[in-house]
Design a protein around this ligand. Structure first.
Ligand code: OSB
Ligand code: MG
Length: 383
């Protein structure tokens, strides 16, 4: 059951666009580049609710450079300021559920749109004293989580890092792969830790349909899935791959919204779906994809974009929906940050889960003093 919110909603008085720079506790290398610092765009909705002033926070998941997807932080701030906020204000949006429609004539830019929707929904839910989890239809209070390990200089580094995370209690390990760093890393992990733990790989589009051989060679490791082997725009080649290998294929980058999710499922191009709210245009679109996958019998899991505690809190709420049957990339805050920007950062429970926040809205509060100390720019845009 999802909640019904008061029809009155909120009035958005202004939106603050804030940029922060938060160094990652350890650099994160993927097939497309290395992330050392998160340059994050935060959206703060300053609103008036039935009981007075209320604010809401959104986090944009875009990276500094357009390497994972076409969106990037600076571009997200530009499109938000010049094209999205004017439409949000002109439409007089007072409900999170109306944000996507108000912004629909702007093509693409889903990560930017998702951050606005999150901020408006957070403010609306805080005003109504309803949590994201309740609103989205969460059915559990804790979600199983894994850890995503980047490409490392040596196999020994990988084994040591995986060892630390398994000791910490993570429910599964995902490793980033690329041609030349695929079979041997899997072999080293299985040889060291056995066949019992959940292992999956993420290629971030590093392979071409001409090199099925290294992907087929991963079959012997009993992987939970292989994530995004081919470039974003290829769908049909994944159908061939699904037929050629035993490991389930799971699309990430390709699933840029609900329509593609439906098509990929109908084609048989993806056996499992990775849901990232930012990539698909927001938590509400993420919920819609989840609902469709449940109907279609397709397992889903929650991806991650190295979020701060703001985005992570909302992600935990979505990941508490019943179709999320595989552990999410929603690790504890200390896997990413020396210090998080929220007052109650996510922690790993002894059973390999993270608790879903229960307070109003995203359920965590921003540590404003610390946030100010890592802020690189702030701009207020009034309605
Ligand atoms: O492909 O899942 C990905 C991080 C940045 C960009 C893309 C990806 C990732 C991750 C990190 O794998 C997952 C996390 O946030 O823990
Ligand atoms: Mg991925």
């Amino acid at each position: 059951m999802t909640s019904t919110l008061p029809a009155t909603g909120i009035t958005i008085d202004a939106v603050e666009l804030r940029r922060i720079e938060l160094p990652l506790a350890t650099p994160f290398q993927t097939s497309f580049g290395t992330w050392s610092v998160r340059d994050v765009l935060l959206v703060r909705a300053l609103a008036t609710g039935p009981d007075g002033p209320i604010e809401g926070w959104g986090e944009c998941v875009a990276g500094t450079q357009p390497l994972y997807s076409s969106e990037y932080t600076e571009g997200c701030e530009d499109v938000t300021r010049d094209h999205l906020l004017p439409r949000l204000f002109a439409a007089g949006v007072g409900h999170g559920a109306d944000v996507a429609d108000a912004l629909a004539e702007v093509q693409g830019h889903r990560m930017a749109k998702a951050a606005i929707e999150m901020a408006v929904l957070d403010a609306e839910l805080r005003a109504a004293e309803v949590s994201f989890a309740t609103h989205l239809g969460a059915t559990v209070d804790r979600v199983p989580v894994g850890v995503s390990i980047g490409i490392l200089p040596t196999l020994a580094d990988l084994v040591a890092t995986a060892d630390r995370h398994l000791q910490e209690g993570y429910a599964r390990i995902k490793i980033k792969i690329k041609p030349g760093w695929d079979v041997e890393p899997c072999r080293a992990l299985r040889a060291t830790f056995g066949d019992e733990f959940g292992l999956q790989v993420d290629a971030n589009a590093a392979y071409s349909p001409d090199d099925i051989a290294p992907l087929a060679a991963l079959d012997e490791f009993g992987l939970l899935l292989i994530e995004q082997p081919y470039p974003e725009e290829l769908l049909v080649d994944n159908v061939d791959l699904v037929a050629a290998i035993d490991t389930p294929v799971c699309l990430d980058e390709s699933i840029v919204g609900e329509a593609v999710a439906r098509d990929a499922i109908r084609l048989g191009a993806t056996s499992i779906v990775n849901i990232k709210p930012g990539r698909v245009g927001g938590h509400l679109a993420g919920k819609a994809i989840h609902d469709h996958c449940v109907d279609a019998g397709i397992p889903v899991w929650h991806g991650g974009m190295l979020e701060t505690g703001i985005g992570r809190a909302a992600n935990l709420a979505l990941a508490a929906l019943p179709g999320f049957t595989l552990p999410g990339d929603i690790s504890a805050a200390d896997r990413y940050w020396h210090r998080d920007i929220v007052t109650r950062p996510a922690v790993l429970e002894s059973d390999g889960t993270v608790r879903v926040p229960t307070g109003p809205g995203i359920g965590v509060d921003v540590d404003l003093d610390f946030l100010n100390s890592v802020t690189t720019s702030v701009a207020l845009h009034e309605n």
